[in-house]
Design a protein around this ligand. Structure first.
Ligand SMILES: N[C@@H](CCC[C@H](N)C(=O)O)C(=O)O
Length: 283
């Protein structure tokens, strides 16, 4: 089978995108296809697979599969890439439009220069903070803010946020020495998170600026995680490190995002997306 694809990235978080407006795929092949295309040696090499699909709730839909073939419910960098593709490839002709992800419908606005999308702002919706909605084991109604969380004899403080997908945020003194390699793979599969979790370490520089590194559920270390950056912004406010409605500059390994959690409880993400290559994958 010859599958047309486009490879795009948001701050180095890169995916193989297949436009199913043009080329349809069988449902049962998707997890294996995600694993195959992601392989850097025998595939194309990526953090996962994203389908761009027709939607009856939005102008365009997105489904994200991690590198290990598991399906995620949301992807911030993927949403920005899909917005760029939708505008530049004529799936939409307006600069503000809706995108449906498994976690819900979001509104995207693209900035355009010479017919090219430069930055994309996404209204990522309201974070979910109740423990049961993360989901995380424990008493139902409470929030998980700076909660003692011991893992492999490391006493950590956890703040848990769902941006449609689960995030465990840990504030650290120094981002360079954050135990991303050591604890990321352990925490992501910790039994306290029944659906697994994306793991983020965050160093606060000031009320407006943080450094960020991530271990993504299903993909491992990536250069950036859009929903993770949103979760970090929300966690910074919940822990008193930042203010609601103020922009926070999040430095990820692959570049910067601007995150704002507004007074109406909505989280806004602004950043770029880029096209890397187009081609045909021989499946
Ligand atoms: N890279 C993403 C998130 C992708 C899905 C995640 N690994 C999950 O399983 O929830 C982003 O930019 O948000």
């Amino acid at each position: 089978m010859e599958i047309p694809f486009i490879k795009m990235h948001g701050l180095g978080n890169n995916y193989i995108f297949i436009d199913t407006f043009k080329f349809n795929l069988e449902e049962d092949m998707l997890p294996a296809l995600a694993r195959k295309v992601s392989d850097p040696h025998t595939g194309i090499g990526s953090d996962g697979l994203i389908l761009i699909h027709p939607s009856d709730q939005a102008e365009v839909g997105m489904r994200i599969f991690n590198k290990d073939g598991s399906e995620g419910r949301n992807c911030g960098n993927g949403l920005r890439c899909v917005a760029k593709y939708a505008y530049e490839y004529g799936l939409v002709n307006q600069t503000s439009f809706k995108i449906e992800a498994k976690s819900g419908v979001v509104e995207a606005s693209v900035s355009v220069e010479d017919k090219q999308v430069t930055d994309i702002t996404i209204d990522m919706g309201k974070p979910k903070l109740e423990r049961s909605l993360i989901p995380m084991a424990g008493p139902k109604a409470d929030q998980v803010v700076a909660e003692q969380f011991e893992v492999s004899h490391h006493p950590l403080e956890l703040t848990a946020v769902s941006m449609g997908n689960p995030h465990a945020v840990f504030f650290v003194e120094d981002i360079q020495t954050a135990p991303v390699h050591e604890l990321g793979p352990i925490i992501t599969d910790d039994q306290r998170f029944p659906e697994g979790v994306n793991v983020e370490f965050v160093e606060v520089v000031s009320e407006q600026e943080v450094h960020f590194r991530v271990w993504e559920r299903g993909s491992g270390i990536t250069q950036a995680c859009g929903t993770g950056a949103c979760a970090a912004g929300v966690a910074a406010v919940l822990n008193g490190y930042a203010r609601k409605n103020s922009e926070i500059l999040v430095h990820l390994s692959g570049g910067d995002l601007i995150i704002r959690w507004d007074e109406e409880d909505r989280v806004w993400m602004t950043g770029p997306a880029a096209i890397i290559a187009e081609g045909t994958y021989h499946y």
